[in-house]
Design a protein around this ligand. Structure first.
Ligand code: DX5
Ligand code: ZN
Length: 224
């Protein structure tokens, strides 16, 4: 199933509740929560207090993307404050098996992400440990960047690798997804689509409706 996960990083934080309510009204599968520490990435976003506020205004699952060094330190806190999926970075984590185990112990689904410069093959030892794999399609740190075309092959390679292992795990894509490249990333094998600017800039409900139609059309095409 194709899922939409709008990134609240692109919302106006002074009116975050209104932005999220509009997305919920149009129908979203998750909200993507980008946590940045100014160390793993050159930007600081937000942390636990925002999680707590957000959790109060939506029942939609929260898809937490930890762009922080040693994310193991904060897994329990994000789970406690309502994360449903917790994604850590391959490049930021000392013990990926322990991180996956801790995320599961906290009752969440576990995601593992790689930056554009990291080879897809590094994921192979962890295919059974994680439920979702996040292919970054921009350098993590900022919303509104341009999709890196070289990343499309990484999605295709990963879908093939998962197939070879008999796995149908989720592949999430994040960064620079637009009306122009959405069909291409679906075709490549991604099924969880993060979008910041493309959902929250402009008419939120109209944007979501547009992408939902693309998903439906794509799924119908595959059934035939
Ligand atoms: C970048 C973040 C993304 C970002 C996506 O580091 O992980 O989730 O907010 O924003 P857009 O869709 O605007 O590229
Ligand atoms: Zn993200």
């Amino acid at each position: 199933m194709i899922q939409l996960s709008p990134s609240i990083l692109a919302a106006d934080f002074a009116c975050l509740g209104s932005y999220m309510r509009q997305a919920d009204a149009a129908g979203t599968d998750m909200f993507h929560v980008d946590v940045m520490d100014g160390m793993f990435v050159p930007n600081i976003s937000f942390g636990i207090p925002i999680m707590e506020s957000v959790k109060k205004i939506t029942h939609t699952p929260l898809d937490v993307h930890l762009m922080i060094v040693q994310p193991e330190r904060y897994i329990r806190e994000f789970a406690r404050t309502g994360a449903d999926v917790i994604t850590v970075h391959y490049e930021a984590c000392d013990d990926l098996n322990a991180a996956a185990a801790l995320i599961h112990e906290c009752g969440c689904r576990a995601g593992l992400s790689i930056k554009p410069g990291t080879d897809t093959s590094v994921l192979e030892p962890f295919l059974d440990e994680y439920d979702m794999f996040l292919i970054m399609t921009v350098e993590p740190g900022f919303g509104g960047q341009k999709y890196m075309n070289k990343c499309t092959k990484k999605i295709t390679d990963l879908r093939q690798l998962l197939n070879e292992h008999g796995l149908s795990s989720d592949i999430e894509v994040d960064g620079g997804i637009t009306r122009e490249n959405i069909r291409m990333v679906l075709e490549a094998g991604a099924n969880v689509i993060v979008m910041g600017s493309s959902v929250f800039k402009g008419d939120i409900q109209e944007n979501i409706k547009y992408y939902r139609n693309v998903f439906e059309e794509y799924e119908r095409g595959r059934e035939q």
